[in-house]
Structure formats: C-alpha cells, structure tokens
Design a binder for this molecule. Sequence first.
Ligand SMILES: Cc1ncc(COP(=O)(O)O)c(C=O)c1O
Length: 351
Amino acid sequence: MPFTPNRDFKLSPRLLASASGVTYQTADGGAVLDGISGLWCVGAGHKHPKIAESMKTQIDTLDFASSFQVGHLGAFKLAERIASIAPKNLDRIFFVNSGSEACDTAMKMALAYWRVRGQGHRNLFIGRERGFHGVGFGGISVGGMINNRKVFGASLLRSDHLRSTWDPANQAFVKGEPEHGYEMADELESRIIALHGADNIAAVVIEPIACSTGVLVPPKGYLKRIREICDRHELLLIFDEVITGFGRTGNMFASTTFDVVPDMILFAKTVTNGAAPLGGVIVSRLIHDTLMHGPRHMAELMHGYTYSGHPLSCAAALAMIDVIEQEGLLEQVNALSPYFEEAVHSLADLD
Ligand SMILES: Cc1ncc(COP(=O)(O)O)c(C=O)c1O
C-alpha cells in the first residue's frame, strides 16, 4: 500500500466500502466524514451524478483510444475547455494520469525547450523545502520532504532548493497571506542564481500554496517577486497546482487568485473530482511553439503515456468543469472560506 505502514495496517485494516457526498461508509458498517476530500480531489462530493452520467455515456461510446498518432474528440474538447479557464496565454495542454507524471512531464518540457533554444546546459531545477511534487524522480528532485528523498538521493536530478516560506516566529496564527516574509523570494536571486548562474537553470518549480507539509499560504507579494526574478533572468516558472487547481482557492487556479501567471501549470486531482485518474501540464503558447520544431513527420516531444487523455478521464473532467461552473462551486468556496478561517482561529485561540 502506498505511503502506508503495511504491516501495521494489516493488524487493523481501515476498509471503505462506499461513498456519497461527504461521507464514506466503512466495510464494517460505520460512517466517516471525508474531511480531506478523498485525497484533496473530490471537491464536488462523492458520486456526483453528472460526472457518473458523463462517464457512463463515454464507456458506451468509446472506451479507449490511444493518443499516440491518433486522437479522440474528448481529449481535444477538454484541452480547449481547460485553455478557456486557464490564466491568459496558457492555452496548450498535455495530458497525463497523475500529479507526479505532470511534474516529470513539465520538467522534461523545460529541458526540451532550452535544448531547442540552443541552451541545453540549462538543466538545473530549483524547488523549495517542504514542497511536494509527487514521487517521480523529477518530482522528488525538486520536492523538499526529506523522507521522500533520502533513500533515492543518489539518483535525483540536479536541483537546489529555496527555503520554505513557513516562518512560525512571524507567521503563526496570521489570517490569510502573511504580511511578513515576501523578501524570502529574493534568495532566488541573491543565493541560488548567484551560486549556480541563471544560464544553468532550467526552471523553478513551486506550489503556489505548499499543501503537503501543512497548508503554507505564501507571504503577500512573494509569488509576484519570484515571477519578477524569473523574468529578469529568463527562468521558466512552473506552478504545481495539483491541489490548488480547479477551485480550491475560490478561482479555477491559484495563479488567478494570486494574480501571478507562470509559464506552466501542473494539474491533477480535482480535475475529474477523483472519479478517474487524469493530470496534465498547461503551457504557454511560447513554450508550445518553441517545441514545435524539427522535421514535420517527427514527434516533437518523445514522451507520453498509454493512458494520456483517457476517454473516461476526459469525460469525467468535462463534466466536473460543468459542475464547478453550473453549481457555483467557486462562489461556494469564497462564501465558506471565512467560516472555516474563523473556526480554525477560534480553535487556535482555545490553545
Ligand atoms: C502539489 C502536488 N503535486 C503533485 C502531487 C502528486 O500527485 P499524484 O499523487 O497524483 O502523483 C501531489 C499529491 O498529493 C501534490 O499535492
């Protein structure tokens, strides 16, 4: 079992049997509140009927089609739909099956982009301490969770890390974005670029809000500052929105919430409401057009997965975007956020 103490689990298995809305039924007849939304992926509640219906229709129409050398309508329709809700200028989509694959894919795209531009020596990646980008070798290289890295350390990609934005001495119990700490972004320039040289760096990969080691909302202005430094030194900026994407911050993407547009966005999880595996990378037109290079009969990016853009996943995602839009889920997030914020802070006050 993934990320599970297997022997311990077998002594006392926690087995789920069914789900509906925000509740799981356990195999022994109990009920559990799904307070973590599956694994941060069931934003519209379990077994949403519109998503189920879309998937049922799809499996009766086209159960599988490869995306190698052929395409299918659902994948193109979904790509157009995602392009229409993504931040401006990010409108080219590559589908994968998970957040980990999205991260590795984006990192490969960054390497390919610089190679086409005659700068193949840009192969160092910058991540951040306490970051999580899945479990592929790319993702753990830029990730900053020690237990996920230490066993595999000898085989990681070249990387360096910004420090985490979490600064409890100045940020504990603040509401929303902390006032203090935006200057932590400056070390990208003063320490990392100064040490390695911008012309050796392929990309900076960070989550707009780091989620796996506590929900670490960035200090006010931090992400804008990172964007400015990346612009100044021509570094690609990749936002991992695997958790924050598709509504969690009250907009479709946290990039919109923080008003900072990266060069690539990674998504997965809530895009299908968890009903089928799907992830992807949204890239800028510039990156896409740069990669469209070489003889026309050759694949431009030698990369992809058997289940990239699986028809069932695309059907689930198309229905999920409808649900978010038609059922006002973004508005609901915005309306509920202050309530949860108050509740969390009143618990903190009790301490
Ligand atoms: C920010 C972030 N990136 C990537 C991943 C990896 O996604 P997956 O488990 O689908 O590979 C996760 C998973 O929690 C995540 O939180």
